[in-house]
Design a protein around this ligand. Structure first.
Ligand code: RIB
Length: 309
């Protein structure tokens, strides 16, 4: 079984469902409110477990009530939580999410214990990294921690995957580009490269920028339009997504990156990996919530098979 280490955030999602998002200065009434476990790191770790991989997660919760709830959810989905640490006198990460009727979301996070995940935490799990196939990361924890994770993963020749979200306000440090797979969405690609993407030529320019920075392969997530694979020689392949009715797009990108990483480790084929990721990501969009909307392996396989027939 492929072993993937996810290093990243875990949040309690406070979700407001409303017809539309408020404009600045406006107050509107939500139709519904609920909480559910999320966080980009945790969602990816859950996706690995639900899709059939061995999933080890390095993260920090707070010592509040949410912390134990978040850990219980991870365990329920089959994530190995021995490296999920509780931080004293600290609240857990929180995400306030608005989901509108078309399924689109907007998110504001408060890092809490995620901001305390440090380089030493990565050093402490070096033996886990050594025995893994890949290390998968995002940017809801300190950049210094991710730099260290990339360093240690590379020292042990492990596949490194970075989902560069959320994009920091300052420039991404060079070390963050030195990964095997970089999987931004379109708007993240624009923020990172400074190139506005209006057509295929802009996409090419943006990918060339990322490759020149040291990224080995770019897998650009294009939502309902599927995804684009660009390898180190600049060769491009577009994989289409199947249309689904969007209920809630939350965690679809997280599921995509995890599914792609897992299938790539299992098969060595990026084309197969991205086809599988498009199927798993699309299914995530059809259900509400974050971790609970991520499909299990059987459902993702079935959906992929039906798409290919
Ligand atoms: O990608 C979705 C996730 O982003 C949510 O679960 C929320 O916690 C934020 O981290």
């Amino acid at each position: 079984m492929a072993k993937i280490i996810t290093i990243g955030s875990v949040n309690m999602d406070l979700v407001l469902r409303s017809k539309r998002s408020p404009i600045p200065g406006e107050t509107i009434k939500a139709e519904n409110f609920y909480t559910n476990p999320g966080g980009k790191g945790a969602n990816q770790a859950v996706a690995i477990a639900k899709l059939g991989g061995e999933s080890v997660f390095l993260a920090r919760t707070g010592d509040d009530g949410y912390g134990s709830e978040l850990k219980t959810a991870l365990k329920k989905y089959g994530v190995d939580t021995q490296c999920v640490k509780e931080t004293e006198n600290c609240c857990s990460g929180i995400a306030v999410i608005t989901v509108t009727d078309d399924g689109e979301n907007s998110i504001i996070i408060a890092g809490g214990a995620n901001d305390k995940l440090c380089r030493q935490d990565v050093d402490d799990i070096e033996d886990q990294i050594e025995s893994a196939d890949a290390v998968m990361m995002q940017l809801e924890v300190p950049i210094e921690t991710i730099k260290r994770a990339i360093q240690i993963a590379k020292k042990h020749n492990k596949l490194t995957v970075l989902d560069p979200t959320p994009v920091p306000i300052s420039d991404l440090p060079d070390e963050l580009f030195e990964v095997d797979i970089f999987s931004p969405n379109k708007s993240e690609t624009e923020s990172i490269t400074g190139i506005t993407i209006k057509n295929d030529n802009d996409i090419k320019k943006a990918c060339d920028y990322l490759l020149a920075k040291g990224v080995k392969q770019v897998v650009m997530k294009l939502g309902g339009q599927g995804a684009l694979i660009v390898n180190s020689s600049g060769e491009t392949r577009h994989i289409e997504a199947r249309k689904v009715k969007a209920v809630d797009t939350t965690a679809a990108g997280d599921c995509f990156t995890a599914a792609m990483t897992l299938r790539y480790v299992e098969t060595g084929s990026m084309e197969k990996a991205v086809k599988f990721a498009c199927a798993a990501g699309a299914l995530t969009v059809t259900a509400k919530g974050a971790q609970q909307s991520i499909p299990y392996l059987k459902d993702a396989e079935e959906f992929l098979k039906n798409k290919e027939e």
